[in-house]
Every structure is written in C-alpha cells, then in structure tokens.
Design a protein around this ligand. Structure first.
Ligand SMILES: [Cu+2]
Length: 187
C-alpha cells in the first residue's frame, strides 16, 4: 500500500474531526449506560402499583381459582373476566371462550412452575409465576380462533402445552352466558 501524504493543512484538520467523532461515540455509550442504570434503579425502587398473590398449593381447594370458577364470567357491568390456570403441561380451561367488542380481563396464575400465556396475533402476553396473579385487559374486535402456546420453557412437556381461545359474536356469547355461570369451549 502506498502511503498517502496529505497536504499540510489537512492532517491536523482530519485529526480534529476524528477526535470529535471519537468523543461523540464515548458520549453515546455513557448516555446509554446512565439510562440503563437510571431505568434499573427506577424499576427496583418503584414496585408495581398492584401485586396480587395467591397460594399455588391451595388453588384447587378454594378461592378464586377453584375449578368451578375457571373460565369466562360476565360481571354486573357487562365486562367479562376470564380466569385460568397454567400447569405442567396444560391450561385450564384448555379452550377459552370470549365475546367480541367487550372489555375483558384475563386473570391467570400458575399451579407449579413459571409458564407463559400468550394469545397469538395479539399483544396479550403474560408470564405466569406461581404465587402471583397475572392480569391483563383485552378487547377483541374480530371473531375467530387463536392459539395460546406456553412460551416459557416449563419442563419436558413444554412443547405440548398450549390452549385455544375462541372469540365469538357478542350476542351469541350473551345467550350462552344466560344459561351458565362460567363459560369455556372445552368439549
Ligand atoms: Cu408451560
């Protein structure tokens, strides 16, 4: 390679420009580090506004997550609450039924280890941690069926752990809800 010798005035000028860019790169890295530290400290010092706990050992014996209380329930205000449990290696109920155009609240917990609760094609995505109730509001505008695969590795049977959610017309749901306190599409 041939050495390129620049005319006298360019050498110092290029050096200045390089130094400037190098300083800028350092400033960017420092800003990122400061932001990461600030965000971490903020998260650590500001706990979630609401943490709900539940004893995973007694879910089946009583309380909100007893089997007869799982599924979709219509609240007095017309909204729907869906209660479900994740356990190695299935969801209960295995098929969730919800209406369109209705405010829905999912309340889900785990009976054993950490599981994932995600509804494909939506932003509904929860981590199910034993001992805690995970809750998320939702609303569906279109009918159809979606999958709910467990997306946290939970053991040998993890890949077989998935459920379904059926979104049906609001009127049809209301009709079904008139005859049953808890709804699901488990057959
Ligand atoms: Cu799982």
């Amino acid at each position: 390679m041939k050495n390129v010798v620049l005319p006298a005035p360019f050498g110092p000028m290029i050096e200045t420009i390089e130094r400037r860019w190098a300083s800028l790169a350092i400033v960017i890295v420092v800003v990122f580090v400061v932001v990461a530290i600030a965000a971490g400290l903020h998260q650590a010092t500001m706990p979630q506004s609401r943490v709900e706990t539940v004893d995973p050992r007694t879910l089946h014996l009583g309380g909100e997550f007893i089997e007869s209380n799982l599924g979709s329930a219509v609240e007095p205000d017309g909204s729907v609450t869906v209660r479900a449990i994740g356990q190695q290696y299935s969801f209960t109920p295995q098929c969730i039924l919800v209406p369109t155009d209705t405010p829905i609240t999912f309340r889900v917990t785990s009976a054993d280890v950490v599981h994932g609760f995600i509804i494909t094609g939506t932003a509904i995505n929860l981590m199910l941690v034993p001992g805690y109730i995970s809750s998320i509001p939702a609303r569906f505008s279109t009918q159809g069926e979606r999958h709910m695969p467990c997306h946290e590795f939970c053991g040998m049977g993890h890949e077989g752990m998935w459920g379904r959610i059926k979104i049906i017309d609001k009127a049809a749901f209301a009709q079904m809800a008139a005859n049953a306190k808890r709804l699901s599409c488990v057959q």
